[in-house]
Design a protein around this ligand. Sequence first.
Ligand code: PLP
Length: 375
Amino acid sequence: MNITDIKSFIPPIRTLMGPGPSDVHPRVLQAMARPTIGHLDPAFIDMMDEIKVLLHYAFQTQNALTLPISAPGSAGMETCFVNLVEPGDKVIVCQNGVFGGRMKENVERTGGIAVVIADEWGTAVDPNRLEDTLKAHPDTKIVAFVHAETSTGVKSDAKTLGEIAHRYHCITIVDAVTSLGGIPLKVDEWQIDAIYSGSQKCLSCTPGLSPVSFNERAVEKIKQRQTKVQSWFLDLNLVMGYWGSSAKRTYHHTAPINVLYGLHEALIMLKEEGLENAWARHERHYQALRQGIENLGLTFKVKESERLPQLNAITVPAGIDEAEVRQRLLNEYHLEIGAGLGNLAGQIWRIGLMGYACNLKNVWYCVEALKEILS
Ligand code: PLP
């Protein structure tokens, strides 16, 4: 490539119906184009306080320690593990897809001992197996699981899993990257101790931020640490100097100012729509997609009671080249859907209905495009 040929990047217009990022709402893009101000400017700090209030609403929590980490969902995941796991801590990881595997990696890299409960991909985490494993490992400190497994399109019962973990005096770490804003999630009512999400899925914002929230029980565990948090950037004791409630905010890192404008706008839109309405919209359009998919003779990988409305795993019919279908959707229809990951690579397509992209027009467009390609 000759450097003189490189021009400004104008992305093609796509419809994003994969596992994320999903389409960003124009209001969010407009907000992000507003002038950058300093990250310690009083006006910016007021906006940060508003983001915390809006995140309390989105997560349905009153946790004081609620903020967006300045990095994608994986960093929210690491924030939970590096702050809560100390070397030698036993952590049960319920793995039913790719992201549970990433949790296990995090436990091991923080010096914890991971006990993995491997559930079949495409099924929910089994509460009975969690209980049996807790009985067999009474010294467990933390239970971690994914609420909405994006790699398989499966929803697990976060409330029940949390109740079981607490009965055995464990703290819970919950991955809500794909669930926040798309399906019911009630951090305080379900007594979730530590949770992380992502900006790029059902919140209709750009990638790059990870909202997190920690309750008093989790904060207490962090306070009682005998060892320093191994990551300087993600050490919540330090991050809170900037995001905390103290009147005097101190420099920790230069916040991604304009992306935070975007998240602020996205969260305002969620508040305007109302959480329950947002959950109902995802369910309604999933039902329309289901009808269309079934009319094409296609089937869902996941049983109905465990399906995520915002991420639909569709079984690739025998004899169909799944990659070619995705390529034709992208090239001919400018429509992105996802491939299967890990154990399910080649076996499923993943059709996302997340946030702004979750609308009836997209459902029809996707079903019609698939119909033309598959006929
Ligand atoms: N957890 C889940 C369930 C996800 O779906 C993703 C991303 O798709 C992540 C974690 C990681 O988030 P990110 O890609 O923003 O780092």
